[in-house]
Design a protein around this ligand. Structure first.
Ligand code: GDP
Length: 308
């Protein structure tokens, strides 16, 4: 992949896409192309087709998706399944028809069965029932993986599907209704500290375990996989360590310097009990995450204070 290769990053304004864009620019890639969602609605097939004919990129990264935390998934199931199915189908098909060299599709670890053994190996894909709260998103992402595999088998199209664990960092969504847990807790603890409130409420029991990958590490690994991974099999992208939501809340409170108490709201769903990726495949290729969770939270909090 030379520095002048024309690379289309779909979803360049989101958490994942913006970090990939920045990392590529830092690494000297100078022919990146983007469209905002108002310039190009990826759910509209004819517009996606025209865009690919006009721009004819050589590489495509699909970081565009309708995403959100446990409450957003539960509240907008139709949008989550329908938008994601359309976006990925339109982009993968147009990319293949326009003869691009390689496509990288971003999935998610929620594609794995709710009760699968931990840590989660890639081979557990499609071996059991899904978690209910994010099944809509998961089914769309599963279809995206299968699209990549099907186009590879039938047409020899080099499409790879990467399964990142929960991502966090600058540019995340900090909206308390639709965000994921980590940015939500940064905001909750920050506001409680500023307003001198005695307690912060965390959803659910605090017992579920989640794994978090800092977005800059994620952008690094995407660049690495674009260069070094060309297989039909999906590949996990994570750190290989997880933490309970209760411990995450204490860690965030500590980084922010919040001294009040933490309470739990059992009326909100816990979701999957545990989601820890097995990253041996990624490690065997020679890549490992470098940012500790405390450092990542601290950098994200600095960004939050400056930007929001
Ligand atoms: P998930 O990984 O798909 O379950 O998505 P989330 O990141 O939204 O939630 C992860 C876990 O954090 C769930 O058990 C939530 O109930 C819990 N959680 C605790 N407080 C919050 C909060 O304020 N916002 C969100 N989104 N999740 C929270």
């Amino acid at each position: 992949m030379d520095a002048g290769a024309k690379i289309y990053i779909a979803g360049h304004n989101g958490l994942a896409g913006s970090a990939i864009k920045q990392k590529m620019e830092e690494n000297g890639y100078n022919n990146l192309i983007f469209r905002t969602s108002s310039e190009l609605d990826l759910r509209v097939q004819k517009d996606v087709d025209s865009f690919f004919k006009e721009e004819n990129p050589e590489y495509v990264i699909i970081a565009a998706a309708r995403v959100g935390g446990i409450n957003a998934n539960n509240s907008f199931p139709a949008d989550f399944i329908s938008d994601n199915l359309k976006i990925q189908t339109n982009v993968i098909d147009a990319a293949y028809r326009n003869g691009i060299s390689k496509l990288l599709f971003l999935g998610s670890t929620c594609i794995y069965p709710r009760e699968c053994p931990q840590p989660i190996k890639e081979e557990y894909f499609l071996t059991g029932p899904l978690e209910e709260t994010n099944q809509w998103y998961a089914v769309a992402k599963i279809a995206g993986i299968k699209l990549c595999q099907a186009y590879r088998r039938q047409y020899g199209f080099n499409a790879v599907a990467v399964m990142p664990t929960n991502l966090y960092g600058p540019n995340d969504n900090f909206d308390l209704k639709t965000s994921h847990v980590l940015p939500a807790l940064i905001r909750k603890f920050h506001e409680a500290k500023v307003d001198d409130r005695p307690e912060v409420t965390v959803w659910g029991s605090g017992k579920p375990r989640r794994e978090f990958l800092y977005i800059e590490d994620f952008a690094n690994v995407i660049l690495f996989l674009l260069k070094h991974y060309d297989d039909e099999e999906i590949i996990n992208v994570g750190v290989g360590e997880d933490i309970t939501i209760a411990d995450l809340a204490s860690l965030i409170a500590d980084v922010i310097g919040y001294k009040g108490s933490i309470t739990y709201d059992p009326g909100m769903p816990d979701g999957t009990p545990r989601k820890l990726t097995d990253v041996s495949k990624l490690h065997s290729l020679g890549w490992q995450a470098g940012t500790s969770l405390r450092d990542g939270i601290s950098k994200t909090y600095n960004w939050y204070q400056t930007n929001l």
